[in-house]
Ligand binder design. Structure first.
Ligand SMILES: [Zn+2]
Length: 164
């Protein structure tokens, strides 16, 4: 089926768009990319915003349009799908691994949405030395999506991608 191939190609191109805040992650790794449909000359891409405070979505939308336009798709529509709301549970295991290698502690545990109203206190593992003896220094790290942590073992500060 020609349409299937087009759809797969369009997904592959959209899926390769990187998160502007953590460039090692693609929007597919993040779980932000929800659907890609090709309908005649029009490609529709559904993305779900991560944190409401993240200004990254505008950049992601522009990058998706640019990538698909550069690949020859003439009409690209990007829709923001707000429901169901994105949670860090949507992040792929490959994405979490990349985050860790990048020096950012990946979200650990399940989001509050899936585990009920009580958010468990979870130890965050230091991405540098692996110690669990870490503490939160600031709720907001380099961006609003991340918290700043400090490792008591190796004394290095690091970003933690907050569970959301
Ligand atoms: Zn450490």
């Amino acid at each position: 089926m020609v349409t299937d191939t087009l759809q797969t190609d369009a997904w592959r191109i959209a899926a390769a768009v990187a998160d502007p805040e953590v460039p090692v992650l693609t929007i597919e790794d993040l779980g932000v990319l929800r659907a890609v449909t090709v309908d005649g000359d029009v490609v529709r891409v559904d993305i779900t915003p991560t944190y409401s405070g993240c200004p990254a979505m505008d950049t992601i939308r522009d990058d998706v349009i640019l990538a698909l336009t550069a690949a020859g798709y003439s009409q690209v529509e990007v829709r923001l799908v707000l429901s169901p709301a994105w949670t860090t549970d949507w992040m792929s295991d490959a994405g979490k691994q990349k985050l860790s290698q990048y020096g950012i502690a990946p979200p650990s545990g399940r989001s509050a949405l899936s585990s009920g109203p009580i958010r468990l206190a979870i130890s965050v593992r230091c991405p540098r030395c692996g110690s669990l003896d870490t503490r939160e220094v600031s709720r907001f790290g380099s961006t609003s999506c991340k918290a700043l942590f400090e490792c008591r073992a190796c004394l290095e500060p690091f970003d933690h991608f907050k569970v959301h």
